[in-house]
Design a protein around this ligand. Structure first.
Ligand SMILES: [Fe+2]
Length: 211
C-alpha cells in the first residue's frame, strides 16, 4: 500500500473512531426560560449585604436568649437540573418571633432591621449543604397566613431573588388556597417537621435554583 493510501485509511479509521466517541451526556434537564418577574423583589438586596467569604454553611438566626422552640432547617441547594450541588450560594433568611411579630414592629423607635431581628445569612458548602438553626416562628397575630421563614437567594454572578417561604405542615393556615397560590420558587417550601428527643423541631428542604 502506498504511503498516501495508508494515511487516507488512517484518517478514515480515525474519523470512524471519533464518531463512536461517547458524547458528553446531554443535560438531564433542558434549559428552561427564566421565570417572568424573577428579579422583581422587595427586600432582595438584603441577600447581597454579606460576602460569601465571611459566611459559613450553617447559620444561627435568633439573638441569644430569643424565646421559642428550637428549629433546625437543613438540606441542599441544587442547580436547576435538580441534581448538581450548588456551592457558594448565599441564602438570606428572616422571620417573625414566637409571637408572630417582626422586631421592626415590636420596636417603637425606628428599630428596623439589625437590632434584635431574627435574620441570618449563610453560604452553601461544596456539597451545596445549608443548615439554619432558629426558633419556630408563629403566624402573624392577625392570622390568615401560615408561620413562615422568608428566604432569598444570591447565586454567584446573578441578581438575588426570593424563594417560596418555608412553611410547615399541620399549620392551621396552610389551606388548600394557600397551597394553590405557591409559586414553587426553589421548589416547594412546605416542610414536614419532626421533633427529636431533645425537643428540637427538624425539617428538610432541598432547594432547586431557578433557571
Ligand atoms: Fe412575613
Amino acid at each position: 500500500m502506498r504511503t498516501s493510501s495508508v494515511v487516507t485509511l488512517m484518517f478514515i479509521l480515525s474519523g470512524s473512531a471519533c464518531s463512536q466517541t461517547p458524547q458528553p451526556e446531554a443535560s438531564k434537564a433542558a434549559r428552561q426560560p427564566t421565570r417572568p418577574g424573577l428579579y422583581q423583589c422587595e427586600g432582595c438586596e438584603a441577600a447581597t449585604e454579606r460576602s460569601p467569604d465571611e459566611l459559613d454553611w450553617q447559620a444561627d438566626l435568633p439573638p441569644t436568649g430569643e424565646p421559642g422552640e428550637r428549629l433546625v432547617l437543613a438540606g441542599r441547594v441544587l442547580m436547576p437540573d435538580g441534581e448538581t450541588p450548588a456551592p457558594g450560594v448565599v441564602l438570606y433568611l428572616h422571620q417573625t418571633n414566637a409571637e408572630g411579630l417582626y422586631r421592626s414592629i415590636l420596636t417603637t423607635s425606628g428599630g428596623g432591621r439589625g437590632d434584635g431581628i431574627i435574620e441570618g445569612w449563610l453560604v452553601t458548602d461544596a456539597a451545596g449543604r445549608y443548615e439554619i438553626t432558629t426558633i419556630k416562628p408563629a403566624p402573624y397575630p392577625r392570622g390568615g397566613m401560615p408561620a413562615h421563614v422568608h428566604v432569598y437567594v444570591k447565586e454567584p454572578e446573578r441578581r438575588p431573588y426570593y424563594l417560596d417561604d418555608f412553611v410547615f405542615e399541620s399549620d392551621q393556615y396552610l389551606t388548600p388556597a394557600y397551597r394553590a397560590d405557591q409559586e414553587l420558587r426553589g421548589g416547594s417550601g412546605i416542610i414536614q417537621l419532626t421533633r427529636d428527643s431533645d425537643g428540637v423541631w427538624r425539617g428538610h428542604r432541598d432547594v432547586v435554583l431557578e433557571w
